[in-house]
Design a protein around this ligand. Structure first.
Ligand code: G3P
Length: 218
């Protein structure tokens, strides 16, 4: 499973990139607003830090303006994935860009039917929002299972399932069990993956016992 971080905070991105475990970055207009930075230079900066796909989202909702915005975004770097909303206009932009070899991330997916459309439009990534479905007492993870099943039925679909709106380590683990290709989550959730109290307890015991030996490896 590939790990993307869902943030526009360059310091968080640099910190995670240093682990060697970061495969890409996703941003959205809300995250850009939170960063307080200029959008295009910020995406450039992120692209300089991370070699994998960096999602940059269009701001418009009509076809003509989205298409123009996409032209600006895809010129930033070859590894920019233009992010478009799952609407008829968004998928029209997706089909055109994908046919031209640009990666497209189709966002705001909440149903298997929408995911089917995105794959037919040639999306590089479909972003189903598990957390926001859970928020309305729906089952976000069952959507991931449905999309993985549908895509597996059609080997000519090349769209990767990018689990988005991740809120907990279990979202990541359960999605991985279902074979989702990618997850994008906040840095805080990615860091939680390291944690287990038995690791802490076991390590403390090993450190204490090693002291008793009086030895040094170096
Ligand atoms: O970037 C899309 C998605 O990951 C947003 O997540 O937490 O705002 O629902 P969230």
């Amino acid at each position: 499973m590939k790990f993307f971080v869902d943030t526009a905070d360059i310091d968080e991105i640099k910190e995670l990139a240093a682990t060697g475990l970061l495969d890409g970055v996703t941003t959205n207009p809300s995250l850009i607003a939170k960063s307080g930075k200029e959008f295009i230079p910020l995406i450039k900066e992120i692209c300089d830090v991370v070699d994998g796909p960096v999602s940059a989202e269009v701001a418009a909702t009509d076809y003509a303006t989205m298409r123009k915005e996409a032209e600006v975004l895809r010129k930033i770097a070859d590894h920019v994935a233009v992010k478009v909303p799952l609407t008829p206009d968004g998928l029209k932009v997706c089909k055109e860009l994908s046919d031209e070899g640009t990666m497209v991330n189709v966002t705001l997916c909440f149903s298997p039917a929408q995911a089917l459309l995105a794959a037919k439009a040639g999306a590089a990534f479909i972003s189903p929002f598990v957390g926001r479905l859970d928020d309305i007492s729906s089952d976000g993870l069952s959507l991931i299972g449905d999309i993985v099943t549908i895509y597996d039925n059609y080997p000519d679909f090349h769209t990767e399932v990018l689990v988005a709106s991740v809120r907990s380590p279990m979202h990541i683990v359960e999605s991985a069990k279902m074979g989702a290709d990618v997850m994008t989550g906040p840095a805080s959730v990615i860091k939680q993956l390291y944690n287990h109290p038995l690791t802490d307890k076991g390590l403390a015991a090993f450190v204490e016992d090693w002291k008793k030996t009086g030895q040094s490896i170096l």
